[in-house]
Design a protein around this ligand. Structure first.
Ligand SMILES: C[S@@+](CC[C@H](N)C(=O)[O-])C[C@H]1O[C@@H](n2cnc3c(N)ncnc32)[C@H](O)[C@@H]1O
Length: 197
């Protein structure tokens, strides 16, 4: 018989929690979509899966009201839901898929936090990186697109000189950041908090 791993149970618990949240509040972070089904595979996207609770990672970075948060590949806005528990001045998200973006806008309306803004754009072309200094990435794309993102975040640090934090979950291409001078602030398994200051 096949051995069931802790990761499998963690995944099932996440699914149950998100289904319950939807039943109780109509906030919808549910579902798993491939990049092909979303029609965004050409951009180098991996697909949609909502993040696990990122509060423990955000606590490690000690954000203040002078910091602003951007989820790169924000899906339905799950990371913003958790980030709103912190003092960030802005809690924004960029999502390429119109289908997911539309759900994220509905979710934001239910949540009702005026600091949340959504953009339906490609994060490789997005031109507002300098407005943020906390970036969240949950394995949104393959290497070429991630290389472009890492360079954009590095350029925003060079322009603003603000402490810059990248929370990169399932950090398949973390070396792209390390090669640009980012240091590891914390890591747990394959999740990394990277920093420039
Ligand atoms: C694994 S999901 C994470 C969703 C969200 N960050 C969360 O944690 O719940 C990755 C998301 O990145 C989006 N994405 C991939 N490439 C993108 C791009 N070039 N520009 C904007 N969004 C992109 C996908 O559509 C998908 O919703």
């Amino acid at each position: 018989m096949k051995k069931l791993r802790p990761k499998f149970f963690k995944y099932q618990i996440k699914k149950l929690k998100l289904n319950l949240k939807y039943k109780l509040t109509k906030i919808d972070f549910r579902g798993y979509y491939s990049a092909n089904n979303l029609g965004i595979a050409e951009s180098g996207a991996t697909g949609y899966e909502p993040c696990y609770n990122i509060v423990k990672y955000l606590k490690k970075c000690k954000p203040t009201a002078n910091d602003s948060f951007l989820d790169l590949g924000s899906g339905k806005g799950c990371a913003q839901y958790y980030a709103r528990k912190f003092a960030f001045s802005k809690i924004d998200g960029v999502e390429l898929s119109k289908q997911l973006y539309d759900v994220s806008v509905q979710n934001a309306q239910i949540i009702g936090d005026q600091r949340i803004h959504m953009f339906n754009e490609d994060f490789v072309k997005f031109d507002k990186y300098n407005d943020y200094n906390f970036f969240f990435l949950y394995n949104p794309c393959f290497e070429n697109a991630m290389q472009a993102v890492a360079k954009k975040i590095r350029a925003s640090f060079d322009a603003t000189k603000k402490r810059t934090v990248v929370i990169y979950n399932t950090a398949k291409f973390k070396d792209l950041f390390l090669n640009l001078g980012f240091k590891v602030l914390y890591n747990h398994k394959n999740d990394y908090i990277l920093e420039l200051k």
